[in-house]
Design a protein around this ligand. Structure first.
Ligand SMILES: CC(C)(COP(=O)(O)OP(=O)(O)OC[C@H]1O[C@@H](n2cnc3c(N)ncnc32)[C@H](O)[C@@H]1OP(=O)(O)O)[C@@H](O)C(=O)NCCC(=O)NCCS
Length: 148
């Protein structure tokens, strides 16, 4: 599978909003949220990375630096388009954002994940995350995200 990664830009926002809105809220809601989150330069401590299979956008992942809960970073969003799930793309998206966190010097990474979201929790566990608090999991060392 030849998946390519690149940082998102403003023209990607409607497609990212459509992927998010397939799960929660509306496209208009996600266009607002993602536009506000989209980093304008490298200094902002945030990243949105897109996965493409040829010309097809198959998923994306977003994360930022934080001091929340004594962490260094937070995984904000991870989504794979429904028709592209179960091919390992979620795992490689985690690897990509993990590499970004490590390059930022961020080690302890948290993620807000619903206790009912068993697919995401299995993916995070497989890639080294542990249960942390109700609704939260944690990577004590972001390098585990890269190892998968
Ligand atoms: C969570 C999510 C990102 C996972 O994406 P994904 O690309 O399907 O993830 P993976 O393919 O890496 O893993 C999913 C399953 O496919 C399996 N898989 C991976 N590669 C495979 C392959 N080549 N063949 C068969 N199965 C495979 C994995 O083992 C895993 O199985 P498991 O759930 O039984 O452990 C995706 O389901 C999603 O976008 N969900 C909605 C948004 C969401 O919940 N985000 C997280 C909020 S905190």
């Amino acid at each position: 599978m030849a998946i390519a990664f690149r940082p998102a830009n403003a023209s990607d926002v409607p497609a990212l909003a459509a992927i998010r809105a397939a799960e929660w809220e509306t496209e208009a809601y996600w266009i607002r949220r993602i536009t506000a989150y989209l980093p304008q330069d490298d200094e902002q401590g945030r990243a949105i990375l897109i996965a493409e299979d040829g010309a097809t956008l198959v998923g994306f992942v977003a994360g930022h630096r934080t001091r929340r809960y004594g962490c260094d970073g937070e995984l904000e969003w991870i989504n794979v388009a429904r028709e592209s799930r179960g091919r390992g793309i979620g795992e490689i998206l985690l690897r990509e954002i993990g590499a970004w966190f490590v390059a930022q010097g961020a080690r302890r990474i948290c993620v807000d994940v619903n206790p009912d979201n068993v697919v995401a929790r299995r993916l995070y566990s497989r890639c080294g995350a542990k249960p942390f608090k109700p609704y939260w999991m944690i990577w004590e060392d972001a390098r585990a995200m890269i190892r998968g």
